[in-house]
Structure formats: C-alpha cells, structure tokens
Design a binder for this molecule. Sequence first.
Ligand code: UDP
Length: 153
Amino acid sequence: MGRYSPLEVRYKRVILKLSGEALAGQQGNGINYDVVLEICKNIKTAVQTLGVQMGIVVGGGNFWRGVKNGEGRMDHMGMLATVINALALADALESLDVPVRVQTAITMEQFAEPYIRNRAVRHMEKDRVVIFGCGTGNPFFSTDTAAALRAAE
Ligand code: UDP
C-alpha cells in the first residue's frame, strides 16, 4: 500500500515510454487509432488535470525492428518507424486540445523540430507535451535506451 492516492502527483515531470506495439492494439502491427486516442486521453488527464509535465519516447516495433548487424540501415528504418508513431500521437493529442511538439533525434525539419534539450524543457514548462522521435538517433540502440537518456537529460 503506497502513501499516495491515485490522483496525487509524485513526479512533476515525467518521461513516458510507449512501445510501438502499444499503439497497435489487438491487431499487433500498424496503428489502431482508437487505441492511440484512448492512450492520449490518459495523457491529457495527466497533463491538464494533474498538471504533470510530460515527454514521450515512442518506439517503432509495430512497423519495424532493426537487425543488429550490417551498416545500421535496418535501424534507420526502425527510427523512421518511430516518427510515424510520433506523428500519430501528436495528431491524436492535438485532436484532444493538448498542445504538443514533436522533436526528432535525426533532423527532419519539415515534420518536426530537431531535438534540443533546453527547448524541450521549455515546451514542457509551457504545458506542451513533447514527443521524441528517432530514439537516440543512433543505430544499434533501442528506444528504451532513448527513454533512459531523455529522462536523465
Ligand atoms: N532504433 C535505433 N536507435 C534508437 C532507437 C531505435 O536504431 O536509438 C531502431 C531499432 O532498429 C529498433 C527500432 O528503431 O528496433 C524500433 O525501436 P524499438 O525496437 O525500441 O521500438 P519498440 O520495441 O519500443 O516498439
């Protein structure tokens, strides 16, 4: 039994790691938009009702997982998969009137801001959810590593 009621905020700023598969629902791959919307409703409650600042690291396993060999190209494909998920989450959050920014560890400025730590913090301070795409930006890593890295940052 914890000392905290469910609605008591223990952490003011959090990193949420969402695996790609969490967005696929029962179908196991791709994106189930109803599932995404449900997840985003919970995020909205955390941010707008409880006042938690939130960054989200999203995986890409619902589309692609890299193979740990070769040039890392397969991992590049995996990182692109995380961006598809990041954009889907951003879209769903915006449809719920939650301000959101997407930042990617590999620059693709037509879609998203580049990852800049101070800027991400600033967004969160203004109650914008920041979604981090492309994991760490390096092949041979996973988005779990990225979540640990962003949380430490
Ligand atoms: N990936 C990568 N570097 C990173 C994060 C991810 O190369 O820093 C690639 C890797 O190929 C990985 C894929 O992106 O398999 C999808 O990420 P992950 O497997 O972590 O997604 P999840 O299991 O959370 O859905």
